[in-house]
Design a protein around this ligand. Sequence first.
Ligand SMILES: *Cc1c(COP(=O)(O)O)cnc(C)c1O
Ligand SMILES: [Zn+2]
Length: 410
Amino acid sequence: MYSAGQNILMYHLACVNCGATFPADEIIYNCKKCGHLLAVRYPLDTITVKKQTWSRRPLSVWRYKELLPVTIPPVTLREGGTPLYHLERLGKEMGLPHLYAKHEGMNPSGSFKDRGMTVGVSMALQLKKKSVACASTGNTSASLAVYAAKAGIPAVVLLPAGKVAVGKIAQALMHGAKVISIRGNFDQALEMVHELCLSHGLYLLNSINPYRLEGQKTIGFEAFDQLGEVPDRFVLPVGNAGNISAVHKGFMELEELGFIDRLPMMTGIQAQGSSPVVRAIRENLPEVISEKNPETIATAIRIGAPVNAEKALTAIRATGGLAETVTDDEILQMQRDLARKEGIGVEPASAASVAGVRKLALMGALDHNERIVCVVTGHLLKDPDTVIKQCEPPTEINADLPSLLSALHL
Ligand SMILES: *Cc1c(COP(=O)(O)O)cnc(C)c1O
Ligand SMILES: [Zn+2]
């Protein structure tokens, strides 16, 4: 039997801009007063969970159920509990002896989106919704398809035509989602699915949904438990900026609970051709200016109008973090370095976090003693085409030993 965390029914939704509050079971994706983003707020002063209680449970999203909104038995495929690797070789090259990667590609569908979807799809059932939907650059749709299948409810996913990696489409199709390709970009697909959900009652599970982000904040909780201390810096690739916002929120909750006494410097990395958040930080803008035609090989972060930008700007500014861009070449170089020097296979967007650290280190922007956790967000097999294009093809030979020896220059 699943037992929910204590006091869990007492949470509510709050606007991050005007502070208006709404009941937890009201199905809204924006503040009804001012239209800004919503966040889940718990009565943290009444939550009595102990760190030891958590450490007795398996490392997973649900270890932290006292800080999650789900009160029914969750829809779970054992997400989270991903490895935290010490990047010894790459760290040494960069002069960063305490550089780590949290490999979110090791989740059930191969990306961190599963942390959000186990909570989000559970909430769909808790709120008595009969179907779910999302727009996606790929991984959100793969994950939603998986969790909707597990829950036994239909899923609709909208993708930008021609811009989704093949592994991700394969997952969405095989797990039985209704897959729609939009002749447009991700930002347009999101607008459309948002309207569809409001008019036809499907449950929207993009990262504008505050419950989905609740699951994703557990990346930070796990890294804290695995390291045994708060990392000095947390580095994430930024697309819609939901994940960086979620991890920041999680650490603020740990601080309020008295489990930690400082926050990591939240650091966001974007692709050069798709970098509205970095621009807003650099130019000290009050909000991001959308980019009409974002372009990068890292399709998971090819987003010109990040829906969670408001939360992400707060996260980066309030923690003294950084925001930086990397080129597609820097991303691909790091994808190869992670694969060949550390044995870590990730998709291009995921390599952006570590590529960003390499660039920041070269710029002298980092302290060499920092404990740095990079989130590598999705698995190498998500986007095999981009991998194959970078590598020498296999050497084909006749089926005899002399041919083999000659192929091996022996
Ligand atoms: C979704 C995704 C991102 C971007 O996360 P946001 O929360 O949208 O900023 C980065 N990498 C991968 C692999 C993703 O699937
Ligand atoms: Zn508001």
